[in-house]
Design a protein around this ligand. Sequence first.
Ligand SMILES: Nc1ncnc2c1ncn2[C@@H]1O[C@H](COP(=O)(O)OP(=O)(O)OP(=O)(O)O)[C@@H](O)[C@H]1O
Ligand SMILES: [Mg+2]
Length: 360
Amino acid sequence: MPNITERQVIDALRNVIEPDLQKDLISLNMVKDIKIDGANNVAFTVILTTPACPLKDMIRTACVNAIKHLIKGAGEVTVNMTANVTTINAAADQGPMSRVRNTIAVASGKGGVGKSTVAVNLAVALAKTGAKVGLIDADIYGPSIPMMFGLKEEKPAVLGKTLIPLEKYGVKLMSIGFLVDQKTAVVWRGPMISGALRQFMSDVQWNELDYLLFDLPPGTGDIQLTLVQTLPLTGAVMVTTPQDVALADVVKGIAMFENVKVPILGVVENMSYYQLPDGSKEYIFGEGGGSRMAAEFKVPFLGEMPISTDVRKGGDEGVPIVIRNPESEQAKLFMATAEKLAQQIAIRNAGVGKGLEIEI
Ligand SMILES: Nc1ncnc2c1ncn2[C@@H]1O[C@H](COP(=O)(O)OP(=O)(O)OP(=O)(O)O)[C@@H](O)[C@H]1O
Ligand SMILES: [Mg+2]
């Protein structure tokens, strides 16, 4: 018979604070399935707010320490981890988007800064953590998703009046490039463009998703407007390069989203530096522009990505770097950026302020 009780385990875990949400695991209802065997070994499950939680290991260690130090005679401690991604998507209680927990726009002020590259790698990175992920190519005039996923010849299946999204690398996908050839969409006018984007939300079987990302065209045009008017977005990720022009344009982008009450989840600086063969970093366009700008606007800085031939090839060849070479430095940076993004979403969904503290 064990001489440790479930009550003791619960009391010990009241001392483990979820660093982002600033409450203990028991108050947050994050612990289930407590089991104690005859040898006083303790096992339980912690339900995280995202499978991409960057604090996973820290929380696990804190749990083990709490049990070992606070309960006399405790044996082995096994902490299982699961995740239940949080949402504040209360408005969308009907329709095909009702089971989409979080919607994230990937945007930039200036063109060609790497939005699509970042959106693709973040989506695949989130899927790799076990999350259910979708990606909408909202760039109707210049879709990139078919090429970047190696799906240029594929067409989604039609089911009644709905479309089944294509799926690759664990991500559900929809792009105008799957439906009409490039020449057709180029002559479309504003209302048709907005209509196409709306249909990507209303007529596609997304089913249950933890994160649905939108790869936007640059700037602040019809598409951006349609998106913010159609959906209560969870937030936007701004992509920039270190040059002053790109930084100035991203400021306009931030202002646009903030005007319509869409939270900025963070800034990603792309093409920040070039990694020299000796491992040192050459900051071709100057160092720290993106992070300084983020600090100035009090929005989280999610990471900086190097200029890299492998990242570019990954896009051109339809195998994103996080799949092509998961052990590479670039892939690890994308994974870390995706975790920070998921963390910001969890913080926001818990209603804990603006969610800035991201040192991990
Ligand atoms: N970190 C990087 N290193 C090297 N090349 C990159 C990097 N990021 C993006 N690129 C390349 O730069 C080009 C533009 O990137 P991408 O298409 O992702 O930008 P975008 O912001 O989506 O452009 P647009 O505004 O046209 O939608 C692509 O050829 C892409 O492969
Ligand atoms: Mg793009």
